[in-house]
Write a protein that binds this ligand. Structure first.
Ligand SMILES: NC(=O)c1ccc[n+]([C@@H]2O[C@H](COP(=O)([O-])OP(=O)(O)OC[C@H]3O[C@@H](n4cnc5c(N)ncnc54)[C@H](O)[C@@H]3O)[C@@H](O)[C@H]2O)c1
Length: 359
């Protein structure tokens, strides 16, 4: 098996938590180069990995012949220029979500990668939760029937602490919308297809966070109509005090259709709730063991905390797509489609109007 050499651009939180352990699990892959604009962060990553090729300038890294694929894990506004530079040098790219600050940039990334014949993937990590994958399978099989309603609710307690680049619109684009709701918009697309129109609202209830200005949304809600005819209600907040953070907080999706209803909760990674039309109510159904890991993934589902380790299957999917020369599940097109919904939500919140989405 030929070795795939990776470069990582951005060595902060998500790289350490997710990308490095994910790649470490994949056979015949090696991280050969690292980039971060912060010399101290770069040095910490160098010491942790033993990787000797490092730079604070991504151009130095993406042009290297010994790099085959690039993972971009930097603040949102930097994603398009870094991705386009990597693509111009013939590298496969896995880019963090949200892909860009605007859908036109996300679409340009997808078009450039397609034109160059490269693999491209958006880090919609929660697609890899075993229960989400099983739900996708059941809905695809027809167990939901005709979709009626999609409902998602993400409630976290981030208090008023400083969020760094995440609380600056010019660096992040949006707050809760891009940070958290983007994943739940993607869930909706995966489960019941594209949205047709939406109306949205956002709120900034913490204009100062940790002593610094915050001009991003802490809360967002979207009311939508899907092309399939279903209705959608999506809400996400950083200010659900007392709900804790991360996977210990609420990440709830419910879909109702003509044949039944399903509830997915990230924290309950190996079960769903299911109710059949006319039945006695929701019951818990287990996720079969064959869904505990992504197809072909070498990950041992019994090793480590399953609410952390499911994320490593994302790297496996990217590596496997490169090896087989097939599209990634999911691609930059999925990232761009979610970005278009985010752009529409921003426009709707500003204009207080319904916004139509392009088919
Ligand atoms: N998929 C997920 O579930 C998930 C989870 C967390 C974060 N993210 C995404 O990952 C990205 C990074 O988030 P994070 O939490 O790791 O942030 P972070 O601030 O911890 O790390 C970002 C790093 O990028 C570096 N950086 C900034 N500009 C750079 C540039 N031009 N070139 C190279 N390095 C640069 C910073 O110095 C920092 O070390 C964001 O887009 C975020 O939305 C996704």
């Amino acid at each position: 098996m030929q070795q795939i050499n990776f470069a990582i651009i951005g060595c902060g939180g998500i790289t350490l938590q997710n990308h490095l352990p994910g790649l470490a699990m994949c056979p015949a892959t090696k991280v050969v180069a690292l980039c971060d604009t912060n010399p101290a962060t770069l040095e910490r990553a160098r010491q942790q990995t033993g990787v000797t090729i490092t730079s604070t300038d991504y151009e130095d890294i993406v042009k290297r012949d010994d790099v085959h694929a690039v993972i971009i894990a930097t603040p949102n506004f930097t994603h398009p220029p870094i991705a386009l530079a990597a693509i111009a040098h013939g590298k496969h790219v896995l880019c963090e979500k949200p892909l860009a600050l605007h859908a036109r940039d996300a679409r340009a990334m997808a078009a450039a990668a397609d034109q160059a014949g490269l693999r491209h993937m958006t880090a919609f990590t929660y697609r890899f939760v075993p229960a989400m994958r099983y739900l996708r399978h059941l809905v695809g099989r027809g167990d939901l029937g005709q979709p009626y309603h999609y409902r998602s609710c993400r409630l976290q307690d981030w208090g008023t602490r400083n969020l760094g680049w995440r609380q600056q619109k010019k660096l992040a684009g949006t707050g809760e919308l891009g940070d958290m709701l983007s994943h739940r918009i993607d869930f909706a697309h995966v489960l019941i297809g594209p949205m047709k129109r939406l109306v949205a609202n956002t709120r900034n209830l913490t204009p100062v966070r940790g002593g610094a200005p915050n001009d991003t949304d802490d809360w967002v809600a979207v009311l939508s109509e899907f092309a399939c005819g279903a209705s959608g209600v999506l809400e996400s907040s950083k200010l659900a005090s007392g709900r804790n953070e991360s996977w210990r907080s609420l990440d709830y999706v419910e879909i109702n259709g003509s044949a039944g209803s399903f509830v997915f909760i990230t924290g309950q990674w190996n079960q769903l709730q299911y109710g059949k039309l006319g039945g006695p109510g929701l019951e818990t159904i287990p996720v079969p063991r064959e869904f505990w890991t992504w197809p072909g993934s070498p990950r041992d589902p019994d090793a480590g905390d399953p609410l952390v380790t499911f994320r490593y299957d994302q790297a496996w999917e990217f590596v496997d797509a490169i090896r087989r020369g097939r599209p990634c599940d999911n691609s930059f097109h999925d990232g761009a489609r979610t970005q278009a919904v985010m752009d529409a939500a921003v426009r709707s919140a500003e204009t207080k109007q319904w916004v139509e989405l392009e088919p």
